[in-house]
Design a protein around this ligand. Structure first.
Ligand code: FAD
Length: 332
């Protein structure tokens, strides 16, 4: 289960209430994200430490390595060690707010591979290191396929299964985006380099097409990546948030899902029970994904992006048959 450091202090108790409720389902660990450029470093560290000491939940602290100044990385790692945090999700990081494209600013770290190598060099086997994986390819490795390129008909069978569409911010037009086969291969080799450098586990970017994830797992295994691969699951909570998030991540939205969402979007925003209906649909969709993932026998677990809330994740895990060890089920 994953959390993010709330922007406002008043929301911190809500996070812990959600953690408390989810803890009843015995999660293996709980992630806390790291703001771009280390913007939430103190709070991320504080939340991880509190999770461990006061809630007895194993924290997995995210750490991004670019756009950071000075010795922030080495300090974050030594502080983590002092606080008994033993799990790190080692990342490159997203571009800072207001900047669309990412650019390396710190010569010491230009990508997650550099950070993983640094952690292993400085701290040996102390940390369990997780790395990010992208079943559809990282957005940086996606290309726009235009009509002049031949549009969809120019894509290979595997590209057709992986492509996504996204609205161009400037023109407002729908674009086809795809990580081409040769780029996808490069991405996988880079992922293998991260694992060979010492990553013990992979957590994936959110996805909504289970087949794309399962193909990714097969492709990883085929090139000798043997570490556990945890599927990143984002619930569809509200329509606007979902479209924003999937637009940013350039996620593939399967046709049937898109049609269902468009049907909701066509309804007047104030139509009765719209929010509840979207939420119920989102839960069913995620449960269905989870069931397919579990049936595939290719996942060692499920990783939920909770958005600091508990009710949706709980509804999903209960439908999957997980049983809470607590009788407390009121909403956080
Ligand atoms: P990398 O593994 O470094 O790869 C990024 C891309 O760069 C890939 O396409 C790779 O092939 C390419 N690449 C790597 N090295 C080179 C090179 N030398 N030359 C050219 N290309 C190269 N962001 C946050 O800010 N905070 C978080 O807490 C956070 N948590 C996340 C958790 C998960 C599970 C995931 C999937 C993402 C998370 N992100 C987070 C987002 C992440 O920071 C972005 O996706 C970022 O753009 C890439 O980070 P990475 O670690 O995957 O990068």
């Amino acid at each position: 289960i994953e959390f993010y450091p709330p922007k406002k202090d008043v929301d911190i108790p809500k996070l812990f209430k959600a953690l408390e409720r989810l803890k009843a389902f015995n999660p293996l660990f709980a992630d806390v994200t790291w703001g771009a450029g280390g913007s939430t470093s103190d709070l991320t560290m504080e939340l991880c430490t509190k999770m461990k000491n006061e809630y007895n939940v194993v924290p997995n602290m995210h750490l991004t390595c670019t756009n950071v100044v000075g010795d922030k990385i080495s300090k974050a790692l030594t502080d983590a060690k002092e606080n008994g945090i033993t799990n790190i999700l080692a990342l490159r990081g997203d571009p800072p707010a207001g900047q669309d494209k990412w650019e390396a600013t710190d010569l010491a770290f230009s990508c997650a591979l550099d950070l993983i190598q640094y952690i292993r060099k400085e701290h040996g086997d102390y940390f369990h290191v997780t790395t990010a994986g992208y079943p559809e390819g990282h957005p940086n490795a996606m290309k726009v396929v235009t009509e002049e390129d031949g549009g969809l008909s120019s894509l290979s069978p595997s590209e057709l299964k992986r492509y996504s569409t996204s609205k161009n911010k400037e023109t407002g037009k729908e674009e086809i985006l795809v990580c081409k086969d040769e780029d996808y291969k490069t991405e996988l080799q880079y992922l293998k380099q991260k694992v060979d450098a010492g990553a013990n586990c992979i957590i994936t970017q959110m996805f909504f097409d289970v087949d794309v994830f399962l193909q990714f797992v097969d492709d990883c295994r085929a090139i000798g990546i043997t570490v556990p691969i945890l599927p990143g699951l984002m619930m569809i909570g509200n329509l606007g948030g979902f479209r924003r998030m999937t637009g940013f991540c350039k996620s593939r939205i399967p046709k049937e899902l898109d049609e269902k969402l468009m049907a909701f979007e066509a309804l007047p925003a104030d139509s009765p029970d719209l929010k509840a209906k979207v939420k119920a649909f989102g839960i069913e969709y995620c449960v269905d994904m989870c069931n397919k993932l579990i049936a595939s026998k290719k996942v060692p677990g499920l990783h939920f992006y909770t958005l600091n809330m508990s009710s949706t994740t709980i509804a999903i895990v209960e439908k999957l048959g997980y049983v809470s060890n607590s009788i407390k089920t009121e909403e956080a």
